[in-house]
Design a protein around this ligand. Sequence first.
Ligand code: NAG
Ligand code: NAG
Ligand code: NAG
Ligand code: NAG
Ligand code: ZN
Length: 477
Amino acid sequence: MRLNRGVLCLLWATVALASPVSRQKQKQKLLLISFDGFRWDYDRDVDTPNLDQMAKDGVKAQFVTPPYLTITSPSHFTLLTGLYVENHGVIHNMWFNTSTSQTLPYYQTQFKNEWWDNGSLPIWITAQRQGLKTGSLHFPGTASTYDGETAQVKEVEPMLYNYKNETLWRQNTEKVMSWFRDKDLDFISMYFGEPDGTGHRYGPESPQVREMVKQVDRAVGYLRQTARSYGLEDRLNMIMTADHGMATVYRNGLVEEITLYKIPGFAFKDLDFHILDYGPSGMLLPKPGMLDKVYAALKGAHPHLHVYKKEELPERLHFSKNERILPIILWADPGYVINGYFPVQFNKGEHGFDNEAMDMKAFFRAVGPAFAQGLEVGPFESVNIYPLMCHILGIQPEKNDGNLELTKHMLRDEGGTGNSTGLNILPNVFTGLAAMAGFMVVVFIVFTTSSILKRRRNRSPSVRDDKKKEDNPQTSF
Ligand SMILES: *[C@@H]1O[C@H](CO)[C@@H](O)[C@H](O)[C@H]1NC(C)=O
Ligand SMILES: *[C@@H]1O[C@H](CO)[C@@H](O)[C@H](O)[C@H]1NC(C)=O
Ligand SMILES: *[C@@H]1O[C@H](CO)[C@@H](O)[C@H](O)[C@H]1NC(C)=O
Ligand SMILES: *[C@@H]1O[C@H](CO)[C@@H](O)[C@H](O)[C@H]1NC(C)=O
Ligand SMILES: [Zn+2]
C-alpha cells in the first residue's frame, strides 16, 4: 500500500514536470479553410502561383472524397466531426418536418439548433472542453449551439451576403488572423462561399469558374502573407479543402431529363412528403402502404435515375442508418438532375452526386509547422481530416468514423517523409519523457476508473438530422 502511494507520488511529479513541456509542443494553431465547391482538379488549367507555392511548402493530396450526400451542410459537418452523414444527422442543407411539410432553406437552417445539435459535438466544443480556444467565421454549423455551447468567437454572415466580394475576403482574412494573434485562439474554421456559386451558375468548365479559381488563388496568397505579417507563420497550420466538387449539367435537349411527374405509374398523391428539385438527389416519404407501389414505378424508369429503399442503399455511401433519412432515396448520374413536376432549376453545374464520381472530389492542401514539405499524397476520405486536426491540436477526439493512420503520413514528425526544422529539436527531446508520463497516467487511469471508461466506450454515436438547399439558384449550396 505504502509502495503504491510512493509510485503514485512519483507519477504525479513526473506528470507535473512533463506536462508544461508537452503542452508547449502541442501549442500549434490550426486554421481549417473551406472553399465551397472547389473541385480537386480546378487548378489544372488555371495559373495558380499561390496554390502551387503552398504545395511546395506543404502537402497536397491528389483529392479527397467527401461524404454522401455531397452537399454543403452535411459535408461540412463531417469535416467538423469526422462522422459520416448517417452518424452526425445533418443529412441535408434543408431542415424539414414531414408532418407539416415545412422546409427551411440553407441559410435559415443554420439557426435551427435541433437540426445541428443532434448528439454529435463539432471540434470547437471538444477543443474548448479540453482547454483550447476556438473560433469560426461563416463555416456551416457556426450559428447553432451544441449541448448549449458554441465556438467562443464566431461570426455568422448576414442573410444576403455577397460570397464573391474579394474585399470582404481580405477583411475576413485579417479578422481571422487577429483572432489568432490578439485573442490567442488555437483553432478557427473559416468558410468561403466560392467557387460553388459560380460553378452552379456558369458550369465547372466555364471561363467564369477559371476567373474565380484565380480569385481563390489570390485569397490563398493573402492568407499566407497575412499569417506572416501577423507573426503567426511558425505556429499556424492551415488546412484548405472543400465540401464537394461540381459537375456539368446536360441541358437544352441534349438528354432526356428526369421528371418524376411524367413517369407512368408514379403519382404525387401517393406521397406524404418529398424533397425534389434539389439537383441530382431526392428523398420520398410515401403514404402508408404505398412504399412498394412508388418504388416499383420509379425503379428502372430512367436509365440515369437510381432508386433505392433506404435500407438497400449501398453501405459505402453511409447514408441510411438515420431516422431523418426518408424511406426512398433517389439519385441521378452525373450530368442529370431530378425534377418533380417540371424543371424549376437551371443551374449549369451541380453537386450532390455519388461521391465515387470524380467530379465530386474536393481539393486538399495543408501547410505549417506540423506538415511535411513538398509532399504529394494519394486520396483519402474527408472523415479522416478530423482525427488529424485533433492530433495537431493535441486533443482527445470524440468517437468518429475517421482514422488518423490514413492522414498522419502528411505530418512532419510522423511519416518521416517531411523535413524537420531546427525549431522542432527541443520539443523532440522531451517527447520521450512526456510520452512515458502519458503512458503511466493511462495505466493509472485504467486501474482506478475502469468502470467510467467502460461506460464511455459503450456509448454509441448518436444519430442526427439533415438539411436542404435553397430554391434560389443564385444562392444554392
Ligand atoms: C413536426 O411538426 C409536428 C406538428 O407541429 C410536431 O408535433 C413535431 O414535433 C414536428 N417534428 C419535428 C421533427 O420538428
Ligand atoms: C435527433 O433528431 C431526431 C429527430 O430528427 C430526434 O428524434 C432525436 O431524438 C435526436 N437525437 C438527439 C440525440 O438529439
Ligand atoms: C465589397 O465589399 C466592400 C466592403 O464592404 C464594399 O465597399 C464594396 O462595395 C463591395 N463590392 C461589391 C461589388 O459588392
Ligand atoms: C532538409 O533540410 C536540410 C536543411 O534545411 C536540407 O539541407 C535538406 O536538403 C532537406 N532535405 C529534404 C529531403 O528536403
Ligand atoms: Zn457546398
